[in-house]
Design a protein around this ligand. Structure first.
Ligand code: CO
Length: 168
C-alpha cells in the first residue's frame, strides 16, 4: 500500500522536529521510520527528498535520492543502488552568503511551485543510519535540497519564504 505524504494543512509539518538520541539511531524504531521514508520516496515520481515529518514522524531525519543526483541516466540503476542518503540530526555548519533564486516544489504542497532564494553552497554535519557522524559539502541542487529539508525539520515550508508562487 502506498504511504500517504502529509499535506501542508497538517500541524505535524509545523512542529520543530525532535532530535534522535545517538544511541537510538540504530534502534528498530528508527530503522522502521527510515524504511517507510525510503519506500515513500521511491514510490513518488517527482520527489528527490523527504523529511520524517512528511510521513507523520516529528523527528530530525531526512533522506535524499542518490539518483539522479549522482548518476546520469535512469536506465542502469540497479535496485540496491537506490538506497538514499540519510541525514539524522543534521546541522548546517557553514553556508555561503552567495544565494541564487531557484525553482522549488514540495511533496507536501501538491501542485504548487515557486521561486526561492537558496544559498549556493553549504557544509552539513549529520549522522548516517549506522550512527556515524559525517560532514559533507554540497552545492547547487543538493545544497538547495538540504536547505529545503532542514526547513521541514524546523516547521518551515517553502511557500513561507518563496518570492513567487504559481499553480501551473
Ligand atoms: Co518539501
Amino acid at each position: 500500500m502506498k504511504i500517504k505524504i502529509i499535506q501542508k494543512e497538517n500541524k505535524v509539518l509545523r512542529q520543530n522536529a525532535k532530535e534522535i538520541p545517538v544511541e537510538k539511531i540504530k534502534s528498530k524504531e528508527i530503522k522502521k521510520v527510515l524504511k517507510r521514508m525510503s519506500k515513500t520516496l521511491n514510490e513518488s515520481e517527482n520527489g528527490v527528498a523527504l523529511a520524517a515529518p512528511q510521513i507523520g514522524e516529528s523527528l530530525r531525519i531526512f533522506i535524499v535520492k542518490t539518483f539522479p543526483l549522482t548518476s546520469g541516466s535512469a536506465d542502469h540503476v540497479d535496485e540496491n543502488k537506490k538506497s538514499p542518503m540519510v541525514f539524522i540530526n543534521p546541522v548546517i555548519i557553514k553556508i555561503s552568503s552567495k544565494k541564487n533564486i531557484v525553482d522549488e516544489g514540495c511533496l507536501s504542497v501538491e501542485g504548487v511551485y515557486g521561486t526561492i532564494k537558496r544559498a549556493e553552497k553549504l557544509t552539513i554535519e549529520a549522522y548516517n543510519e549506522n550512527g556515524e557522524k559525517k560532514t559533507r559539502g554540497a552545492s547547487g541542487l543538493l545544497a538547495q535540497i538540504i536547505q529545503h529539508e532542514i526547513d521541514h525539520l524546523n516547521g518551515v515550508l517553502f511557500i513561507d519564504k518563496a518570492e513567487s508562487l504559481e499553480k501551473p
